[in-house]
Design a protein around this ligand. Structure first.
Ligand code: ZN
Length: 483
């Protein structure tokens, strides 16, 4: 079907029968039955979450600590790597777990997963658990292969279901997943199994890995026809769609919320998405390695951590846990016994807060996500500079009528290269005053001794994992251990 601008914005009145069918959510009981039959962990986790979400931070922590103790004991007894590591740091001695020694456990890195792979796999799993392989997207380096089990997956599904419910979409209501990277498309996001799952979940899938104008219009058309209760989107894909909607002042179906994942959502992106869809932009955090970790509620004071299933730490410059400051995340998913990850340096940055959310839920919060570790640039004084500042340059100095797209790269010798795509019809001479502003903003933090070079490109392609690489550090000490 040829889609045009005018087609996209013809509003469709819903027939009374269609409207009644929409309000009858027959999928919710069907899905609950399917969960009970296929993966009882989903139903059990949903019940657990329900019983603790309005309790107290202490109650939630007690559940977490009990699960952590089980995980450490299992890792000690069933994996060669952790038997050695947990014994030597004292976290488990002769089968007795000492949770006070948890922060003495050495961090797990991608390099360790690669080199110690077989020694990290559990020899035996508790009854009812079955293992399967998965691998990370490898957006900033080599993909990592690892093992997960069905209980972990059940917990991930339950946590995600709960997070979606907190932002206005209950189980079985319509959701549109606008996602995609090359690997997902190749490996079967659109396969038969995924299609059945989508039907059951009442989910429509739209790929956003490749976004020419025609694809953007198809997505908008699909949103207007399907009228989902929630959009669940890959940040960079929906960012492109939202920009198009705003530039053309289009009216699009407004869902209850737009849930964003795949990468850190910065304020300027959230603003554009909220303007386009007239709905709250919700930041959700998770990954293939650790599952559904945290999600904002409608208060958006922070991301509620799924503490019953994860320990989330932020690690300061001296490698000890910190609070209330931006730092590198270390995550322990508590429910994967197939290949335990303990204090895993995932390569993301965030800020933990002791403040509780105004919504009254007992789950503690990540105040914010602050990009990837490999997005932290270094100046000649050895200072590490937060990606937020460079994202601000991107939003305030580059996204304008002259400079269409940008990318800031720190080369191995410390110099900065700014890749730029000019708006159609804009010459380099006309762009010069904007370049000067970008240069001034950069040397303010990088120092006047930092060379800044501009490269003009036809386009800045997405990475293989479908992400827009706004900031890139070519090489660093931190990325060698954690990316
Ligand atoms: Zn809340």
């Amino acid at each position: 079907m040829l889609v045009t601008d005018s087609d996209v914005f013809m509003t469709q009145d819903m027939s009374p029968i269609r409207s009644i069918c929409r309000t009858m959510n027959w999928r919710a009981p069907l899905l609950r039955t399917a969960f009970r039959l296929q993966n009882p962990a989903v139903a059990a986790e949903l019940e657990l979450i329900d019983s603790i979400e309005r309790s107290s931070a202490e109650k939630v922590k007690a559940v977490q600590q009990e699960r952590l103790e089980r995980l450490l004991h299992h890792a000690w007894s069933q994996t060669d790597y952790y038997h050695e590591v947990l014994e030597s740091c004292g976290a488990v001695r002769n089968g007795k777990v000492d949770l006070d020694r948890f922060t003495d456990i050495p961090f797990l890195t991608k390099d360790i997963i690669r080199t110690q792979s077989d020694r990290l796999i559990a020899r035996q799993l508790p009854k009812g658990r079955r293992a399967h392989t998965n691998r990370s997207g490898g957006s900033t380096g080599q993909p990592v292969r690892f093992w997960q089990d069905n209980v972990y997956w059940g917990v991930t599904i339950a946590t995600r279901t709960y997070h979606f419910a907190t932002v206005g979409k209950t189980l079985g209501e319509r959701e549109m997943k606008i996602w995609g990277n090359e690997r997902d498309l190749r490996l079967g996001t659109l396969g038969i199994k995924a299609k059945i799952e989508n039907l059951l979940y009442n989910r429509q899938f739209e790929q956003c890995w490749y976004l020419p104008k025609r694809r953007i219009l198809e997505i908008i058309n699909s949103i207007n026809e399907w009228r989902p209760q929630m959009l669940w989107c890959f940040r960079d894909g929906i960012d492109g769609v939202a920009k198009y909607i705003n530039e053309h002042a289009l009216q699009v179906h407004s869902p209850a919320s737009v849930v964003l994942g795949g990468a850190t959502v910065y304020p300027f992106m959230a603003q554009a998405i909220e303007k386009a869809f007239r709905a709250p932009a919700i930041s959700a955090y998770g990954s293939r390695e650790v599952g559904a970790v945290a999600c904002q509620c409608l208060e958006r004071g922070g991301l509620h951590i799924a503490t019953q299933a994860h320990v989330v730490e932020t690690i300061g410059p001296d490698e000890t846990p910190v609070m209330e400051q931006e730092a590198e995340l270390a995550i322990t998913p508590l429910m994967n016994f197939a290949m335990p990850f303990i204090r895993y340096r995932i390569g993301d940055r965030g800020r933990l807060t002791a403040k509780m959310c105004a919504c009254g839920r007992a789950f503690p919060m990540l105040h914010s996500l602050n990009g990837r570790v490999v997005e932290v640039l270094h100046n000649s004084k050895g200072e590490q500079l937060d990606p937020g500042y460079f994202i601000w340059i991107m939003a305030e100095k580059i996204n304008n009528k002259a400079l269409k797209k940008g990318q800031i790269i720190q080369e191995e010798d410390g110099a900065i290269t700014v890749n730029l795509v000019l708006e159609a019809g804009v010459t380099r001479d006309q762009a010069r005053p904007h370049l000067e502003e970008v240069r001034k903003a950069l040397i303010l933090v990088m120092g006047t001794d930092c060379p800044v070079r501009f490269e003009f490109l036809d386009d800045i392609p997405l990475s293989e994992s479908g992400k827009y690489p706004y900031i890139v550090r070519r090489k660093s000490i931190a990325s060698a251990t954690s990316a």
